[in-house]
Design a protein around this ligand. Structure first.
Ligand SMILES: O=C(O)[C@H](CS(=O)(=O)O)OP(=O)(O)O
Ligand SMILES: [Mg+2]
Length: 235
């Protein structure tokens, strides 16, 4: 299929079907938050908006990328989020690339947010929907982030059918600048980075749900969408 791979600045129209990819780390974190029981993730456009949303809604939590900060409950780290109990909670997420990309296509009829941990489920969801050609939003590094482009291409190949060997795509992600920066952050003892973050971002199909973003009461809300197991659609 004739998929498009675009950066956030290159988004000049509203795509019919958008898959927003952020491997390191926003949409790996989002998937882990759902696996820990979060009911929904509200995508915020700024740290101020994230804190305002949290403060006006009892029980909501807020997370951001970078170092821990006052008012925020946690950070954009799968290694840290995986040990939280989030059952039934609403999490507000604000990051540098992933959430910005999702908000840029929020008015599209179908928006999925994706990373390697939900890659197969994302492709199966799109097949089930009969999505046709997809606009992949490569969020990192002005569209040049190799981990995001690799994951987007992997999902696209998966969607087009046939066997796809994931190893070459993972290699590109493992050797990306984002992976090196995270590893460097661990070595330097930066807060907000967990030693397991890179490995967790490089897991494939950890979860069997896709993540769908919709407009709800003027907010952009991400929710998990269960997808039947891949064995059913083999061939
Ligand atoms: O938290 C992250 O890994 C990044 C921060 S930065 O873009 O590398 O400064 O944010 P994300 O939106 O998850 O790419
Ligand atoms: Mg990223």
């Amino acid at each position: 299929m004739n998929h498009r791979f675009v950066s956030i600045p290159e988004l000049t129209d509203v795509p019919r079907v958008a898959v927003v990819v952020d491997v390191m780390r926003a949409f790996t974190v989002a998937a882990w938050a759902f696996s820990r029981g979060a009911e929904r993730i509200v995508l915020a456009s700024s740290e101020g908006e994230a804190l305002a949303l949290k403060e006006s809604r009892p029980g909501w939590l807020a997370l951001k990328d970078g170092a821990p900060a006052a008012g925020f409950d946690t950070v954009n780290s799968p290694g840290l989020v995986r040990s939280l109990g989030l059952t039934g909670r609403t999490v507000v997420q604000k990051t540098t690339a992933g959430t910005v990309g999702a908000l840029a296509v929020a008015s599209a009829p179908l928006v999925l947010c994706a990373s390697f941990v939900v890659a197969g489920a994302t492709a199966r969801f799109l097949k089930t929907e009969g999505s046709g050609p997809v606009t992949f939003v490569v969020t990192g590094d002005a569209g040049r982030a190799s981990e995001d482009l690799a994951c987007a291409e992997y999902i696209g190949r998966h969607l087009d059918g046939g066997d796809v060997e994931v190893a070459p795509y993972l290699h590109r992600a493992r050797t990306s600048r984002a992976a090196a920066d995270l590893s460097d952050g661990v070595r330097r003892g930066y807060q907000g980075v967990h030693p397991d973050d890179v490995d967790l971002c490089l897991e494939v199909d950890t979860f069997s749900f896709a993540m769908v973003a919709r407009q709800e009461d003027s907010l952009t809300v991400l929710r998990p969408a269960a997808v039947p197991d891949g064995s059913a659609d083999a061939g």
